[in-house]
Design a protein around this ligand. Structure first.
Ligand SMILES: CC(C)(COP(=O)(O)OP(=O)(O)OC[C@H]1O[C@@H](n2cnc3c(N)ncnc32)[C@H](O)[C@@H]1OP(=O)(O)O)[C@@H](O)C(=O)NCCC(=O)NCCS
Length: 267
């Protein structure tokens, strides 16, 4: 049985994640000279949410990018970029120093925050909710590891049960008959095994237009919620993400058949 991560491990997770995002930011800007540093920092990485300027939880509904404290950090980062844009190691070190105190200030709040799995109706899966009284053909879903420090892959029947529950609830509430999502996990063979051939056939091309959210960056989080050094190193070596998000969908009918045949799990 794995141990829950400690406060020290969470600090290390935040530090390593922010350093990797700064590594990514410098690379991205060099390849996309028409994009501003501010746009990359705000939209493609989520450093803001890890600083004390974020007074909300993990994923606040409003972001205060125009407040003087944030603009000051952006301004300092721009200065560091101008100084060290040709030296990856020096840039990362100086850029991290810009954010470190602000991350430290928010550390305990971030560690205690359980909003990561708030509203997940089916174990590790959450579907979009509607109050419009209409039928919603596709049950669009999101994924989080509600089993930390264990992985949701450990028990092979666990995710199949979550999917059955999601199909049961969304069929009843919205008349849904299709499952769909876009995620980095759709590039991970272990995840794809959960789905029928129809899902594999419907996979979209990789989305390489990197955005800040977990559909891209969730891959750098381990099952325990610590930093995934293996994938972090891969990004540092290749400059790209180990896994890019792809979207897919399939019918409840084919999914249920697959879960029964492969995992012996059924309603
Ligand atoms: C989804 C999730 C549970 C998958 O976790 P997992 O695959 O069980 O993760 P693991 O901790 O086993 O790590 C995966 C790999 O990295 C390796 N790894 C993990 N930590 C490591 C470390 N510190 N150093 C080196 N390698 C490490 C593991 O050994 C494993 O490698 P393997 O597949 O070759 O055995 C996890 O990534 C997560 O919670 N992500 C955040 C949520 C998310 O991304 N949601 C999707 C949003 S759309």
């Amino acid at each position: 049985m794995a141990n829950l991560k400690t406060l020290d491990e969470h600090r290390e997770y935040l530090y390593q994640t922010v350093k990797l995002k700064l590594f990514f930011l410098r690379n991205w800007l060099r390849k996309h000279p028409d994009e501003t540093l501010s746009a990359t920092l705000r939209n493609r990485v989520d450093i803001y949410r890890k600083t004390s300027i974020n007074t909300g939880l993990l994923n606040p509904t409003t972001l205060n990018f125009e407040c003087p404290e944030w603009l000051e950090l952006e301004h300092r980062l721009e200065h560091v970029y101008e100084q060290y844009k040709d030296n990856a190691a020096k840039f990362e070190e100086a850029a991290f120093a810009v954010f470190k105190n602000s991350i430290d200030e928010r550390l305990e709040k971030d560690y205690k925050d359980e909003s990561r799995i708030a509203g997940y109706q089916c174990g590790c899966l959450r579907y979009n909710e509607y109050n419009d009284g209409l039928k919603h053909e596709t049950a669009s879903f999101h994924i989080a590891n509600a089993l930390q420090p264990e992985s949701f892959f450990t028990d092979p029947q666990y995710m199949p049960r979550c999917f059955l529950e999601l199909m049961r609830q969304t069929a009843k509430k919205y008349g849904s008959t299709l499952l769909g999502t876009g995620t980095w996990l759709n590039s991970l063979p272990r995840w794809l095994e959960l789905f029928p051939q129809e899902w594999q056939d419907n996979l979209s091309p990789e989305n390489t237009d990197v955005l800040w959210h977990y559909g891209f960056w969730g891959q750098f989080i381990t099952a325990r919620g610590t930093f995934n050094y293996k994938y972090g190193e891969l990004m540092r070596k290749t400059g790209g993400m180990p896994f890019y998000p792809r979207s897919s969908s399939c019918s409840f009918k084919n999914m249920k058949k697959h879960l029964k045949e492969k995992y012996n799990v059924s309603d």
